[in-house]
Design a protein around this ligand. Sequence first.
Ligand SMILES: [Zn+2]
Length: 150
Amino acid sequence: MYASRLPYDSTRIRAAAVYCSDGRIGEHFDDFLQNCLKLPRYDRVALPGGPACLAAHPEAHLEEQGVVDELKFLVEVHELRQIVLIAHQGCAFYTNRLGLTEPRLALVQKADLVRAAAFVHRVTGLDRIDAYFARLESDARSVQFDQVTV
Ligand SMILES: [Zn+2]
């Protein structure tokens, strides 16, 4: 058995993030959202490709329905006011499922963030939707989060 000794805070931050489930950058997402955006205890919606499923790709139609349902639930029950969308460089969802390669890959991902933000606004009614693109710095020692204007 294991008992986590991390402190528990029951108050909600009323923000959620939609990002890729790739475990190699999960802690970077946490670091960025908690320490840069100041969103401790944010709600997590993680799945392969993250917000890619909200950009109207037919290959992700089933995921789209699921994520829209989850976001509507969180808006209603957790009283979300803010949603953060994050795509990441070299995402396997794009390379494998959609068959894209660089340099077009990153361009499609950023365009998808804009499209996903508009879609999330439409289905949730929230105005505060931000988008970021996470990329590995050339020295591979840090992950940079660039804001994408939506
Ligand atoms: Zn990914």
